[in-house]
Structure formats: C-alpha cells, structure tokens
Design a protein around this ligand. Structure first.
Ligand code: MTE
Ligand code: MO
Length: 319
C-alpha cells in the first residue's frame, strides 16, 4: 500500500495502554451493575442513562430479521466512532467523558418548520419500535443489532420539507474536549453524512435512540444516531446535532477523506469491490473461529424494499 489513508475503522491493533483503559471501563460497569442490584442507584452519580432507564417500545416484526443477534458485548465494544479514536475498542474505552444529555437538535434548510429542539420534544410525539437489522461495515464485517427508534421519515415530515428539499444532511456534534479523537485529524470534523430525500423518507431508515432495550451507550452514538441498513455502516452517522434539508447533494466525511474509495451512495453491493478489497463476503462478528465468511447480499439483503430507489442508476458509477 503506497498511501496510508484513514478508512472507516482501520483494523487498528489495540495498544496495551488501551487494553488497560478498557479493563478499567469494564470494572466500572461491573461496579455500577452491582450498585444497581443493591438499589444504590442514587450514589452512582456518574451512571449513564442506559444504566438506569429501560425504554418502552414494540417490536416491528415486518422490518426485523430472525438471524442470531450479535451479543450486547460485541455490539458495545467493537465499534467505529473515530471521534473517540480509530481502534475498535477506543469508543467504549474513551467515551466516558462524553455527555449525551441534555441534547438538542437543530433542524434547518428547506422546510416550513425549523429551529433547535430539545431531544425530548423531538421524540415525544412518536412511539418507539424495535427493529432487528443487519449492519454491514464497508470493512467487510457485519453484525445483527436490535435497534430501538423511530422511522426517520415520520420525524422529518413534521418539519414539512419543501419541494426544494432534495437531500438531507446530518452532522455529528463537535466537542474535542469530550471526544479525544477530534483532537487529531484522521477525518475532517465534524463528521457529516447525507441521504437523498427519498432514502431518508424510506420506511427502513431509522432514527435510533437505543439498542437491546436500553438507551444508546456513548460508543454507539448516544443519544441519537441514524441507521440505514442497506448502506455501508459509515452512512449511519452517530450523535446527531443537526439535520438540514438541502437542494444539493451534501458533502460526506468519508467521501471527503478518500473520494475514490467511498461514494455518497455507499449501498451495500457484493458486485462492486472496494479499490483495496473484495466486498463479495463478510465476517459476522461473534461468529467464532470456524465461522466462514458469508456471502454479502445485494443492498445487505434489503433489495426487495429498496432496489426501486435506484432504478436506472449505474451502481458502479454511483458507488
Ligand atoms: N460520527 C460518526 N458516526 C459514525 C462513525 C464515526 O466514526 N463517526 N463510524 C461509522 C461506521 S464506519 C460504522 S460501521 C458504524 C458503526 O456503528 P456501531 O459502532 O454502533 O456498530 O457507525 C458509523 N457512524
Ligand atoms: Mo464502517
């Protein structure tokens, strides 16, 4: 490899120092759990929302897979969230300083209703649902995650986007004091992503607030993140603070960092390889040593639902 470019979650090795930090983290979680079991919740001033609350939701069977779930442990310790570092263990080990509440989201651009809204107000009118989705990272690994959230489209419609709203742009919070990875320049900060308006309004596109029945942990994008299951994981932007309706296709972080490797669309496609590796197969996290790499499915297995969005488009050109 001639140029060392950052990419979504370079399979960076975990330095011994970081393993120590992780151990401390796990011990802290164990202590918190023990404290909760003893009913000593009030004394654990630093416990996060997820260690206290349980969300109320109903499972949406129609949009769920019955494949084996990836364990909570793997879903919360094997992450890509470069704001906390580029190692898979960094987001869990280095996100304890991040404050996901209070939280507000700014809605701007081509819509009749715009402004900055407290997260509670943004969510209040909606019922939460659980959806079990496959997540396929562009790095050729995958998971099966029980998300909790609201279809993005039902939230966006409340703001009455105008006919000029052809795209939706999303922005992650920029807080270098809480996000150690933002003190380095692996990516241009803040992380930004975008969808075409019909992709954003598609019933599969989820605005997630939780997983495994609990509010999102910091490493998974607390308190609010996107989940677009037919696209590579990097489209599923975490810790969202701004949603903007735009007329032009908005810039996206990985495309800015390496335009020939990551496009705007980023639809999962086993027939279009990444310039440096094949996308034909994937490794299921937690599958074990003898689990062979399984074939990657067109649109990550959501072809029936989403293929019509791309009718007539050259998927090699719009990668
Ligand atoms: N803000 C932000 N969002 C992000 C990322 C990131 O680095 N920063 N990584 C993306 C990538 S590459 C993937 S695969 C998924 C991983 O989500 P998970 O860690 O919750 O499984 O988050 C995506 N969202
Ligand atoms: Mo990813």
């Amino acid at each position: 490899m001639l140029i060392k470019r950052p990419r979504p979650g370079d399979s960076a090795r975990i330095a011994p120092s970081e393993i120590t930090a992780e151990d401390v983290y796990f011990n802290r979680r164990k202590l918190l759990k023990a404290a909760l079991a003893l009913g000593a919740v009030g004394s654990v001033a630093t416990s996060t929302a997820s260690e206290r609350a349980t969300l109320r939701y109903t499972r949406n069977e129609r949009y769920s897979t019955d494949e084996d779930l990836t364990s909570f442990e793997d879903v919360t310790t094997y992450n890509n969230f470069y704001e906390f570092g580029s190692g898979k263990g960094d987001p869990a080990a280095r996100s304890h300083r991040f404050k996901p509440e209070p939280w507000s989201v700014t809605i701007s651009g081509h819509a009749n209703v715009t402004g900055t809204f407290a997260l509670e107000d943004l969510l209040k009118p909606h019922a939460l649902e659980e959806r079990i989705y496959r997540l396929r990272c562009v790095e050729a690994w995958s998971m099966v995650i029980p998300w909790i959230g609201i279809p993005l489209g039902t939230v966006l419609r409340r703001f009455e986007p105008t006919s000029k709203a052809k795209y939706v742009a999303f922005k992650t919070v920029h807080r270098p004091e809480e996000m150690p990875g933002q003190r380095g320049r692996v990516l241009p900060w803040p992380y930004v992503e975008g969808l075409r308006i019909d992709e954003a309004m598609h019933p599969l596109t989820l605005l997630a607030v939780g997983l495994y029945g609990k509010p999102l942990l910091n490493q998974n994008g607390a308190p609010l993140r996107l989940v677009v299951p037919w696209k590579y994981g990097f489209k599923s932007i975490k810790s969202i603070v701004e949603i903007r309706f735009t007329e032009r296709q908005p810039p996206t972080s990985w495309h800015l960092a390496a335009p020939h490797e990551y496009g705007f669309y980023a639809n999962v496609n086993p027939n279009v390889d990444h310039p440096r590796w094949s996308q034909a197969r994937e490794r299921r996290i937690g599958g074990g040593l003898f689990d062979s790499r399984r074939p990657t499915l067109m649109f990550n297995g959501y072809e029936k639902e989403v293929a019509s969005l791309y009718a007539g488009m050259d998927l090699r050109r719009f990668y």
